[in-house]
Design a protein around this ligand. Sequence first.
Ligand code: ACO
Ligand code: KIV
Length: 561
Amino acid sequence: MVKDPKNKYIPFVPIKMEHRAWPDHQITHPPVWCSVDLRDGNQALVDPMNVEEKLELFHTLVDIGVKEIEVGFPSASETEYEFLQALIDGHHIPDDVTIQMLVQARPHLIRKTFEAMEGAKNVILHFYNSTSTLQRKVVFHSDMDGIIQIAVDAAKLIRELSEPVIRGGTNLRYQYSPESFMGTEMDNAVLICQRVLEELGATPENKVILNLPSTVENCMPNYFADEIEYFIEHLPSRDCAIISLHPHNDRGEGVATAEMGLLAGAERMEATLFGNGERTGNVDMVTLAMNMYTQGVNPGLDFSNINQIRSVYERVTKMKVGERQPYVGELVFTAFSGSHQDAINKGVQYMRESNSTLWEVPYLPIDPSDVGRQYEPIIRINSQSGKGGAAFVMQANFGYDIPKAMQPEFGQIVQVETDRVGTELKPERIYELFRDAYIDIDAPYRLIKHAFRESTDGTGVSHVTFEGTLSHKDTVFQVSGEGNGPIDAFFNAIHGQKMDRFTFVDYKEHAIQAGSDSMAVAYIQLRDAQGTDHFGVGVDHNINLAPLRGILSAINRAVGK
Ligand SMILES: CC(=O)SCCNC(=O)CCNC(=O)[C@H](O)C(C)(C)COP(=O)(O)OP(=O)(O)OC[C@H]1O[C@@H](n2cnc3c(N)ncnc32)[C@H](O)[C@@H]1OP(=O)(O)O
Ligand SMILES: CC(C)C(=O)C(=O)O
């Protein structure tokens, strides 16, 4: 890096705006979506897609609900041309889908593109030439008049070649891109686009798409929004044009650029799945659409099976979706850190208990099930995690609803293990820790036999009698006791067996599904004479036995310490 970058890089000069309206606008409806995956996405791949791969991606885009799809640059290569033929001849294009073809503003390429569209029903012919100050200087060695001439000549030829195609039944529309629009003086951008509209005979009934790209993203999104608002305000034939955007992502601001461009009045958006495209990519259609969705705007695209879309994308493009890519990345619905887990845990519980349909879970901007990801672990456990996380894993994966008072103790058991191993603990390991600490504890005290009897006294109050055999190490002994329920009767029965230094504090029981069976789980909280709490867990098919096992688990854990 150089010490003084201002001697190396020319900063973007924003246009002067006295008043701007776009900051007060809101996105209330989706744009017309156009996928450029098969063109801009494809041209940026190490190995461009073959015909079969392109076909698979085309069908995926159709299934998502994209109605305008740029299928390639048919004058560029045999593969591009063949793909178009395969699409058309194989009747792969639904009647409500329009295919778009890109071509430079060069006569021989335009002619070849017309040949390629034969037999297609709905076509957008997209032509472009670069208009920026930089490209005029270093690529085209031309002033603005020369650049306008290239576009106007192309428009004239396109109109001529269109006549037989339209007569042949093709619904042909036009799109013009002043390529590198972001780096073009706005008055020049308006001028060239107006001349193209006139040359193509655009009318309010037959609008031409003016596609305004940030070919290389070289300014902040607010400056781009100013450009769009200025352009729209100053275009004389505004009512004859559909304003489209084609944002790239060189500064990592493609999504913001697209969103602010929509606020500034754009009506159509060219984008790609997961932001594939030249260099840092095109704007990501998934993020844009799902951002709208989380603001209550239906984007008109279906991403309810995002994992499937991602797997097609990764297979055909050989690109990888990043782990933190919004809405789709492996880790974007996962929390490792304690305070996040605690809040998610509480939010999920709140959602379970409230009847509201509103999504109100902290740290999760979207319900993962809306993109088909409900079965993936939201909360994963490592040394950054807390008690709420371990409790969530036990609830979400194994159905154990650990009482709040017990969570710190189990959280500590998990914490010790994460510190010991230094890596993530999988849910199965967390269950093992729980089982070893609370369930598989049958020493020194063990229940060998048990019987309950229920009776009702003269006043109609029912009593339970417990009679049982227990062992303590090698000694077997009998106990019996009465109480107003099974737990009370058992607790009274063991009173006097050196187990009487505990008082009963709390109890919670629920059922869990274990395969085709239902089991009862009881969580017991006892307190010893020093005021220390001891927790135990009992699991049994018998709803009366589970708490007894829980009491013994608590006592065994206490006396075993
Ligand atoms: C921003 C974008 O993503 S635009 C899309 C870019 N995509 C692609 O380029 C992929 C497909 N392209 C190709 O396969 C090839 O470029 C082809 C087949 C279309 C053309 O190939 P070639 O003519 O051999 O080469 P190339 O594209 O380098 O052409 C450069 C010439 O065209 C001119 N040119 C480039 N773009 C345009 C344009 N949009 N309109 C008019 N002229 C143009 C250049 O100034 C240059 O002219 P010069 O020869 O007088 O210096
Ligand atoms: C052809 C145009 C729209 C383009 O791809 C770009 O400017 O990035």
